[in-house]
Write a protein that binds this ligand. Sequence first.
Ligand SMILES: NC(=O)C1=CN([C@@H]2O[C@H](COP(=O)(O)OP(=O)(O)OC[C@H]3O[C@@H](n4cnc5c(N)ncnc54)[C@H](O)[C@@H]3O)[C@@H](O)[C@H]2O)[C@@H](O)CC1
Ligand SMILES: Nc1ncnc2c1ncn2[C@@H]1O[C@H](COP(=O)(O)OP(=O)(O)O)[C@@H](O)[C@H]1O
Length: 284
Amino acid sequence: MIRQITLTETMRAALRKGVEDHKFSHGHALVLAGGPGRGGAARLAARAALRAGAGLVTLACPQVSLAENAAHLTAVMLTALPDAYTLRGMFADTRLNALCLGPGLGAPRALEMVPGALWGRRATVLDADALTAFEHDPGPLFNALHDKVVLTPHPGEFRHLFPDLARAWEAGEMSKIEATSRAAVRAGCTVLLKGHETVIASAAEEIAVHSATGEMAAPWLATAGSGDVLAGLIVGLMARGHSPFEAACSGTWLHAAAARQFGPGLIAEDLPDALPALFRDIGL
Ligand SMILES: NC(=O)C1=CN([C@@H]2O[C@H](COP(=O)(O)OP(=O)(O)OC[C@H]3O[C@@H](n4cnc5c(N)ncnc54)[C@H](O)[C@@H]3O)[C@@H](O)[C@H]2O)[C@@H](O)CC1
Ligand SMILES: Nc1ncnc2c1ncn2[C@@H]1O[C@H](COP(=O)(O)OP(=O)(O)O)[C@@H](O)[C@H]1O
């Protein structure tokens, strides 16, 4: 059965915070960032994760990027992350339960960090450079994927990882839903294929569709960095314990609803900050 994503009572209940909860009840998300001058995308993701309700969010960047990121971040914590060996060491802290890799990461750092991150078997969002870095040799990525991963390609990134499915979809031989569903089964994880119609499929063949058309149109989401925010929303919800598939569905709804709440003129950094008013409006 194909689920049309709308706000449901189950989604609303899962977004609430319990009155006796503390920050570690809502998980700790780690967002990896790239080198100097490329930090914007990861900062957008980190802020979105915190606004989505993750208890703690840390941005992990190379030592050389610390000053730049420190100048922009306050509630989001910051740590130097030189290499994948150090990343593996961070998994000794079992409270660190969700990761986001890709936005602004850069291909060389993605090639090193993605296998290290997947080794930790935490809930993980892979977006942007974490997908395109494996374009020429996807084997190491596919071998390491597991069922707590959400891949969030736009159609260009989808083409890099699943060229046969993309070709069949573009030729009209396969629907977007079927292409996404087959990709999820092949990858063994959740796949979210972006666009004004977003399709989400899990390896267990759950399928959901969000149509940002008609009353739910959100054309101002077509702006640089809005996908980075979506990745952050999903990792924030997974830190809070939502399953990868549910986090992808709820994150997609929140992303479009926040864009509609803000309205024309929206740029990516407005999205996380539109969430508090949206949460009030939906009665959290
Ligand atoms: N504010 C920021 O710091 C931003 C940083 N970004 C980062 O910049 C890096 C590179 O991102 P780019 O945006 O240059 O690379 P993209 O991977 O988004 O675009 C590269 C190519 O992919 C294709 N493509 C993109 N969107 C498509 C779509 N919807 N359908 C079909 N084909 C599509 C196009 O041919 C495009 O030239 C990433 O690390 C990304 O996270 C971007 O997310 C934009 C905002
Ligand atoms: N016309 C549109 N209507 C609704 N949503 C859109 C539209 N165009 C893009 N989006 C959404 O905006 C986001 C863009 O992400 P992406 O292509 O990765 O951009 P970036 O890498 O710049 O962040 C996706 O979530 C996509 O579904």
